[in-house]
Design a protein around this ligand. Structure first.
Ligand SMILES: CC(C)(COP(=O)(O)OP(=O)(O)OC[C@H]1O[C@@H](n2cnc3c(N)ncnc32)[C@H](O)[C@@H]1OP(=O)(O)O)[C@@H](O)C(=O)NCCC(=O)NCCS
Length: 405
């Protein structure tokens, strides 16, 4: 290797380390404002780069997240800014950075890593498994009636995103703590990422808008969105782009979506990064009008099986023994007994055999053992073992990560 892999030592070096991924967004040098915002969350020692003659030719970092699991929370590395300059691709730069980054995460006591992938084929080799699907919708507003009318409760107020954190954060936190795949947001994250509205984020859309639903004076739901106003021969063809709409209860969620679906002048309502079990599917009179389509969501990598698996709950009594292969982090390999009475290494005969990436796929509840066995990603060594494991790993809601990091 003619490059040197090491963590950054200053925010100036972090800005260099994110230049390779920035290159693929068409930038010769990172957008200074975007880079400045990133360095607020990515401390230098959490960003690795491949250095060649003093220049970063690749970069890879990890946010320090608290990730919600089914029934718990776990420190997790939110892997981000993966990029290698096209002049240095396929020479092992990503592999070397991933080695250094994941080893450092283990040493810091982060038993899980997770990420959004630009391509499905990159991360499986490092032990990441597809852990969720995410949905997008593109709904003609004139076909957005609900299956049953409801009496509007509460009132919606428009507030400035700059003053919104106090209203939004408690609602988000209540939902995030219960929803596998979501992570806790710090006040800085709200201010610098969620509610900030720099020009470069807008594209062709309007300003960031914030609507809050209040019931008896208390915020119970909110929506962050942008209006894309457009006309063609006098006809409205614009759309509302929903960035995040969250309610603390089914009633509040229904009311904030009704608000979004009823905004005049907009021909369509579009949203991305929705959970696959979003209630709109069953709220609408004509669900097929949603154009509900799926793509891969987050990918999860268990770095320390015992700690990671102990940070989630299990539904049924009993246990399952899984024989795990893990080439990239061999300390995980072997037989594990997993269940509500604990997670331990075992000498017992396994009922299931799989790669560690498969554990990532079941971890948040996005996929069942049975589904994975049907796709030949799990080998069932004892008949019925997958169904038995499903009862133990059962979850009540699909994993959801409402933002790409
Ligand atoms: C994806 C990217 C980071 C890979 O970096 P790289 O240094 O070329 O990767 P490496 O040489 O370390 O490759 C490691 C392995 O991954 C494979 N691989 C890398 N990128 C791949 C891709 N896009 N599709 C399929 N396989 C890929 C390599 O073939 C190699 O396989 P091997 O270990 O079996 O030999 C780089 O191509 C890049 O920056 N792409 C554009 C930006 C991007 O997509 N970033 C990811 C954001 S989530």
């Amino acid at each position: 290797m003619d490059f040197d892999i090491r963590p950054c030592t200053s925010s100036e070096e972090v800005k260099q380390a994110i230049a390779p991924i920035g290159y693929y967004f068409g930038r010769s040098t990172p957008n200074p404002d975007q880079a400045e915002r990133l360095t607020r969350f990515l401390s230098a020692e959490r960003v690795y780069a491949a250095w060649e003659n003093g220049r970063a030719v690749g970069g890879l970092g990890a946010f320090p997240f608290e990730l919600t699991t089914p029934g718990g929370r776990v420190p997790a590395a939110g892997v981000t800014v993966a990029g290698v300059l096209p002049t240095h691709r396929r020479r092992g730069v990503l592999r070397a950075m991933m080695r250094a980054l994941l080893d450092a995460c283990c040493e810091r006591g982060e038993p899980v890593a997770y990420l959004w992938a630009t391509e499905d084929t990159i991360y499986g080799r490092f032990g990441f498994g597809l852990a969720s699907f995410t949905a997008e919708i593109d709904l003609p507003r004139d076909r957005s009636a609900f299956y049953a009318p409801f009496a509007a409760c509460g009132r919606v107020r428009l507030i400035s995103p700059t003053t919104a954190e106090a209203f939004l954060a408690p609602i988000y936190e209540g939902v995030a703590a219960q929803t596998p795949g979501m992570f806790a947001r710090s006040s800085e994250w709200w201010q610098i990422r969620t509610l900030a509205d720099p020009e470069w984020r807008r594209g062709t859309s309007g300003d960031l808008q914030c609507a809050v639903l209040e019931n008896e004076g208390r915020p119970t739901a909110y929506a962050l969105y942008r209006m894309n106003s457009a006309f063609e021969r006098g006809l409205q063809i614009g759309s509302v782009a929903v960035i995040e709409a969250i309610g603390e209860s089914p009633e509040a969620t229904r009311a904030i979506w009704r608000y979004l679906l009823d905004i005049d002048w907009m021909a369509r309502v579009k949203a991305w990064l929705l959970p696959v079990d979003h209630p709109l599917l069953l709220l609408l009179a004509e669900p097929r009008r949603l154009g509900f389509s799926l793509r891969d969501g987050v990918w999860v990598r268990l770095l320390d099986i015992k700690t990671a698996m102990s940070a989630r709950s299990y539904q049924a009594r009993g246990f399952v023994v899984v024989d795990v292969r893990d080439e990239f982090c061999p300390w995980n390999a072997g037989c594990w007994r997993v269940g509500s009475d604990g997670v331990e290494r075992t000498e017992e005969a396994p009922g299931l055999r799989c790669d560690v990436s498969t554990l990532g796929s079941v971890y948040l509840g996005g996929f069942t053992w049975t589904q994975l066995a049907r796709a030949l990603r799990v080998h069932e060594l004892r008949p019925g073992a997958a169904a038995h494991a499903d009862a133990i790993f059962a979850v009540t809601s699909a994993p959801w990560c409402p933002e790409i990091f």
